[in-house]
Write a protein that binds this ligand. Structure first.
Ligand code: TRP
Length: 332
């Protein structure tokens, strides 16, 4: 049997090129190598945004964008977290054995206390329990997340092991973080910072749904310097960033052309950015088209989400049945 992979996708925020070359490429490869469950974590978003302007629309957009990138509902099980009542029930059961002390010590909780001191709700405190329920509900072995989620994953192992011990069962395997680490491409931001990310500031990231005009504006504002002062000069970081982005979206000939210009001190960053913008527009065009087409196809979205929920519930209800049985919850 193939190993089981589970990952949650944040339901806020559009996808940018950094996401595409990072997590999403990993997902697309994993879906053919493992039994994958990928879901949109809409419950989790309520811990920080309890009254979202349009939660349904956010979820739809994220789903559409992942599908446009190549997540295949026939290969992976793709669903919306809130479509699985089993997750909420397992969360309830796990909460009984999650200690307030260990939850309060969680780094992400302490960060949130600083970020939103006026809304330190119970959902925030028990965020790691809900995440553990997401993972344990499918008895996952592997979770493709980054370093920032390591502590949450450790807590999922703690809660799963504790459940096994308390109820004398071997229901839950230990889930571990997993990525195809070596092939990860670094996608720099446009603001001179090392990383493309939506929290790094307006204009730093190119979103897959950005219109050509927006892409042009963002790229033309990208940080550069006054140019090389000697031939074959080592590139400062901000310039390396522009070249790295070009390497991702432009042809090898285009890249070689501007390398040559740089090395001979003839480079004009305005020209280079113009070319980069056009190549980014070409690169993102198929995504944009698929995003727009899918967003209009309510029937297709309904079909995909329903089928995903149905497949996910098969696995989830089997786990929950065993969990209830282990505790001693039985029908009269
Ligand atoms: N906490 C994750 C994040 O912020 C999202 C998430 C929720 C998740 N549940 C999960 C990731 C389960 C992996 C497995 O990105």
């Amino acid at each position: 049997m193939k190993e089981i992979v589970v990952s949650g996708i944040r339901s806020t925020g559009n996808l940018h090129l950094g996401n595409y070359f990072g997590a999403i490429k990993n997902f697309i490869r994993m879906q053919h190598e493992y039994t994958c469950y990928f879901f949109i974590a809409d419950y989790h978003s309520l811990t920080t945004h309890p009254t979202p302007a349009d939660l349904h629309m956010n979820v739809k957009q994220v789903l559409v964008e992942y599908l446009a990138c190549g997540l295949d509902p026939d290969a992976a099980t793709l669903y919306i977290q809130s479509d699985l009542p089993e997750i909420a029930e397992l969360y309830l059961l796990l909460n009984m054995n999650a200690y307030v002390g260990e939850l309060e010590r969680c780094t992400s909780f302490k960060d949130k206390i600083r970020q939103q001191p006026d809304n330190i709700n119970g959902g925030l405190l028990t965020y790691p329990v809900l995440m553990a329920a997401d993972i344990l509900i499918h008895r996952a072995h592997k979770v493709p997340v980054g370093k920032d989620q390591e502590q949450h994953l450790e807590m999922a192992r703690t809660f799963g092991n504790r459940f096994n011990r308390l109820y004398h069962t071997e229901l839950f395997p230990e889930p571990y973080a997993f990525n195809y680490g070596t092939q990860l491409v670094k996608v720099p931001g446009l603001d001179g910072s090392g990383k493309m990310g939506k929290s790094e500031g307006e204009g730093n990231a190119i979103f897959l749904s950005d219109s050509p005009d927006v892409i042009r504006k963002k790229v033309m504002r990208a940080v550069t310097d006054s140019g090389p002062t000697s031939e074959h000069q080592a590139k400062p970081d901000v310039i390396k960033n522009i070249f790295s982005l070009m390497e991702l979206v432009s042809s090898p000939e285009t890249l070689a052309f501007f390398e040559e210009k740089y090395n001979t001190m003839q480079i004009r960053y305005g020209d280079m950015k113009k070319q980069l913008a056009e190549d980014m527009i070409l690169f993102t065009a198929p995504f944009r088209e698929k995003i727009n087409a899918l967003a209009r196809d309510e029937a297709e979205i309904h079909k995909i989400a329903s089928k995903g929920a149905e497949k996910a519930r098969e696995s989830a209800s089997a786990t929950l049945k065993e969990a209830r049985h282990a505790i001693g919850i039985r029908r009269f």
